[in-house]
Structure formats: structure tokens, C-alpha cells
Design a protein around this ligand. Structure first.
Ligand SMILES: O=C(O)CC[C@@H]1NC(=O)NC1=O
Ligand SMILES: [Fe+3]
Length: 410
């Protein structure tokens, strides 16, 4: 059987954002197989080298494929009714205390089959892909039983198997207290530690473990128990922390070497230092800040000053961030949190990858050796991606070196 050499695909005369910065002159990028093999100013690309390539695109802006490092996009049901209650002044915390909120979605998710959850999540993921996402993290957290949490993680795995996108899964069993464990939160944490984590690890369904460290969820001590169980099974950790108050969850997570602390609106200077010392990523979720009409801003200046990498993600979920549009998050990162467009784009490429522990393979970068996940945009400068929220500007999406067309993308 004859084997053909892998196609060498060339993009040239593009404005290149490499995951950290915009390069000053028109650039050429060559992809071979599933990896980037050459990044060079177009003016220095020899004709004979160009002749070995298939010209795949010219002009516009080339960025790494977007990395959405924090989503809950597998779920059953809808929370539109709560949306109305919140608009009438009922707080997110009060709705949770009434047994609504996350538990409302838990009820619908438990009732849904794996097949139904897959078909409900697929269009949400395709919406992210149509706007440039090539890597997405998907959490469980709406099952809150061993069987239902594993059901959610299997759906997430299947999405990555059936669609041209990299899916990273996270077990978030410690998301909320299920009704059968009402008044017995320590008993539920026992279930998470002794049954959920071992089962997910044994089936290879979870790439990391997450918690919700908050007054309406679990304490620092309880979350630390979950982290210890995750570590015992070789799973990296991350935390929803300092979202609605400061319990010190981020600092505890950092002490355990967390990949990231997420939300962190109420993070204090000790927490910033702890993240810096641990090399943890600050994952900022402006969609939840906006939807919950939060007023406490994350300590952006302190994080910037300390050199803590800041990632940006959709937090796509039915309650606090039903916003399935990554470029809207770039805009919110700038308008609400005052990141620069460069910081915002790095937050959804290189730093998003770092929040998933995937920076070691150069994911989220356009450098030789990096995975060939690219987006070619019909814009003049990378800053336009944060400045204007305008679906349909993605000219090409490349995943693993192959141009892809997402359902409904013209
Ligand atoms: O409201 C939901 O369904 C999820 C909310 C989401 N989960 C969490 O721990 N914090 C959040 O904002
Ligand atoms: Fe979240």
C-alpha cells in the first residue's frame, strides 16, 4: 500500500497572534500532520519552501484555536424561570437555599438519559466551535450520585470522540449537596471521596477534579478532603473559589498545587500570593459576574502585578452563565474586568491551556511543535475580536492540522 507524505498546509501574509503577543510583521505558518512546523515572517519564506506547501489561506488574523477552560455545558433542563425570578430581585443564593438553582438542574439531569444529554449538549458545543473553540473543558456536577456523575462524564467524552474538538473532562461531584444528603454534607463528601473519584479514575473518565468552595456549597475543610482523594488517584485539581465570599478556598487549592482557581471575585492579596507561589492560573468568568450582576471585581491589578496568568472562559452553564459565545467573554473581560485585548486573547489561548495543564505541550500557542489548532479570522487586528461581538468572522477553524466545518457554519 502506497503511503502519501502528510500535507504541508501554509498560511501566509497573516497578522499573527501567537497565544501571548501579536507579531509585528506579516507572518507565515506551516502545518504538517497535526503540528505546527514553521513560523517565519512571510518576507523570509523562500519560494522553494512555499512550493512544498498547499496554500491554505492569506490575510486576516491567525490565532491559536480558542481554549474554553471552564464549562458546564452538559446538563438537562432549563433555568429560564429562575432568570425571571432573579430579574425580580430574588438572589442566586436565595434561589439555591430554596432548593432551586443547581439542584433544579440536578433533577433534570438525573431524569435525562445519556443519549438525551449528548444531543442537548452537542449544539451548545457546536456554537462554541463556530466561534473558534478547539479545546473545551467540560465538568460534571449536575448528577451528584456516582452513576449520574459518571453518566455526565461519559457524555463529555463522547462529545470529544464524535466532534472535531479536544474535550478535557473534570469531575465536579462537590458542586452542591444532593437532597438525599440534606443535613449530611460530610456524608456526601465521603461519597465523593470514597466512591465517585475512585470510579471516575478507574474508568478514565475524569482528567481533573473540581469543587465549589462557598457558603452555599462546601467548606474549605470539605474541599480539602476532596483534593486529598483526587491526589490519591493521581488527578489534578481546580476550584470554584471566592465567587460569592472569601473562605480562603483559593489559597488552600494553591497549597495543593491546583491548576487553577476560578471566579475569584473575592480573592484577597494572600490568595493572589498563594496562586503566584503555586503557579496556579486565575480563571476569570465574566459571564457569571455579568449574569449574577455581581459588583465585586476580581483583583485584576494585583493578579497582573504578581504575574499570575489570567485565563478567560465562558463558564457556560444553565444558571450563572447561560452564554455560549467565547468572543463575548473576550469583550466582557475587557469591558467588565478591564483586561487589555491582548490579555483577554491570551486568556482564551495560552493561559486557558495552562489552566488545563496542557501548556506543557504548547497548546494555545502558535510556535513550532505546538498542536495545529488554529483560527483564521476576517478581522484586521486581534483586538477586534474583543472589541466587537460579531458572530461569523471565523474564516477557517483548524483542529489537529485539518480545516473543519462546523454544523451550520457557511
Ligand atoms: O448555576 C449553576 O447551574 C452553576 C453555577 C456555577 N457553579 C458554580 O459552582 N458556580 C457557578 O457560577
Ligand atoms: Fe463554573
Amino acid at each position: 500500500m502506497t503511503t502519501h507524505p502528510p500535507i504541508r498546509r501554509l498560511w501566509r501574509d497573516v497578522t499573527l497572534f501567537d497565544g501571548m503577543d501579536t507579531l509585528p510583521e506579516p507572518m507565515a505558518v506551516i502545518v504538517e500532520g497535526g503540528h505546527i512546523v514553521r513560523v517565519v515572517p512571510s518576507a523570509r519564506l523562500a519560494d522553494d519552501e512555499a512550493a512544498t506547501c498547499t496554500l491554505q489561506g492569506t490575510g486576516g488574523v491567525l490565532t491559536p484555536g480558542l481554549v474554553d477552560c471552564h464549562t458546564h455545558l452538559v446538563f438537562g433542563g432549563s433555568r429560564a424561570d429562575e432568570f425571571e425570578s432573579r430579574l425580580e430581585g430574588v438572589s442566586y443564593e436565595e434561589i439555591a437555599r430554596r432548593g432551586g438553582g443547581i439542584l433544579s438542574t440536578v433533577h433534570a439531569t438525573r431524569a435525562a438519559s445519556e443519549e438525551a444529554l449528548f444531543h442537548a449538549a452537542k449544539p451548545r458545543l457546536e456554537a462554541l466551535m463556530r466561534e473558534g473553540v478547539t479545546t473545551v473543558e467540560i465538568k460534571s456536577g449536575y448528577g451528584l450520585s456516582v452513576a449520574d456523575e459518571l453518566k455526565m462524564l461519559r457524555v463529555a467524552r463522547r462529545l470529544g470522540e464524535e466532534l472535531p474538538v479536544r474535550v478535557v473532562t473534570t469531575l465536579l461531584g462537590a458542586h452542591a449537596l444532593p437532597p438525599e444528603y440534606k443535613d449530611n454534607s460530610d456524608g456526601y463528601i465521603d461519597l465523593v471521596c470514597r466512591e465517585m473519584i475512585p470510579a471516575a479514575a478507574a474508568e478514565g473518565l475524569a482528567d481533573a477534579v473540581d469543587v465549589f468552595c462557598e457558603k452555599i456549597a462546601f467548606s474549605v475543610t470539605q474541599c480539602e478532603r476532596v483534593f486529598e482523594a483526587a491526589e490519591a488517584h493521581g488527578l489534578p485539581i481546580k476550584a470554584h473559589a471566592e465567587q460569592l465570599s472569601n473562605l480562603g478556598g483559593s489559597a488552600m487549592a494553591a497549597r495543593h498545587g491546583a491548576l487553577s482557581a476560578d471566579h475569584i471575585e473575592y480573592l484577597d492579596v494572600e490568595g493572589v500570593s498563594a496562586l503566584h507561589e503555586a503557579g496556579s492560573v486565575a480563571v476569570l468568568l465574566p459571564g457569571a459576574f455579568h449574569t449574577l450582576r455581581e459588583t465585586q471585581l476580581p483583583p485584576i491589578a494585583a493578579l497582573r502585578e504578581a504575574g499570575v496568568p489570567m485565563a478567560i472562559a465562558t463558564d457556560a452553564n444553565p444558571g450563572s452563565s447561560p452564554l455560549f459565545m467565547p468572543t463575548l467573554m473576550l469583550n466582557f473581560a475587557c469591558t467588565l474586568f478591564r483586561l487589555t485585548p491582548r490579555e483577554a486573547l491570551a486568556g482564551m489561548t495560552a493561559h486557558g491551556a495552562q489552566a488545563l495543564g496542557l501548556h506543557t505541550q504548547q497548546l494555545g500557542r502558535i510556535v513550532p511543535g505546538a498542536p495545529a489548532d488554529l483560527c483564521q479570522w476576517d478581522v484586521e487586528s486581534p483586538a477586534e475580536l474583543a472589541y466587537a461581538v460579531q458572530p461569523g468572522r471565523l474564516r477557517q477553524r483548524v483542529y489537529g492540522g485539518e480545516p473543519t466545518h462546523v454544523q451550520g457554519q457557511h
